[in-house]
Design a protein around this ligand. Structure first.
Ligand code: ZN
Length: 144
């Protein structure tokens, strides 16, 4: 739903619960599918319910909206004009939750990758990341 909104509409929607399967997530899903990479979506049994899980290579991928997860980029550092305190606390909680999830996943032997929304903009998944994914899957296949 969020992808069809103008920035003005989007900011009006900020109070709504974060939606699953956002436009950036769909983009990542399409690229993984195109490369024949099998993955699970929204793995609720894992810490932080990663957006994508490539079980074969033990990779957990989070696709993060820059604003919601306080990315160090222009969009991520934007401060809202109203309810500033409310939003900053909410985002601080997200960041804490993200860190805890990553820590728990790593402790269970998962690699944790974060794909930021701003990196996807108009370009799709960064080629560097796809290459790394291919390499990791290749070596996982070698060790089967
Ligand atoms: Zn960003």
């Amino acid at each position: 739903m969020a992808d069809t909104l103008t920035p003005e509409q989007r900011s009006r929607c900020m109070s709504k619960v974060r939606s699953k399967n956002t436009a950036p997530e769909r983009l990542v899903a399409a690229e993984l599918r195109a490369r024949g990479i099998r993955c699970r979506r929204h793995a609720k049994n894992l810490p932080g319910a990663p957006d994508f899980v490539v079980t074969r290579a033990k990779i957990a991928i989070f696709v993060h909206g820059c604003w919601w997860h306080a990315h160090n980029c222009p969009r991520g550092s934007r401060t809202p004009k109203t309810n500033r305190r409310y939003w900053s606390q909410k985002i601080a909680r997200n960041v804490t939750r993200d860190r805890r999830a990553a820590r728990e996943l790593r402790a269970q032997g998962w690699s944790v990758w974060t794909i930021w929304e701003c990196r996807l903009k108009g370009r799709g998944v960064p080629p560097r990341l796809l290459r790394k994914l291919d390499d990791t899957l290749d070596s996982a296949a070698d060790h089967r």
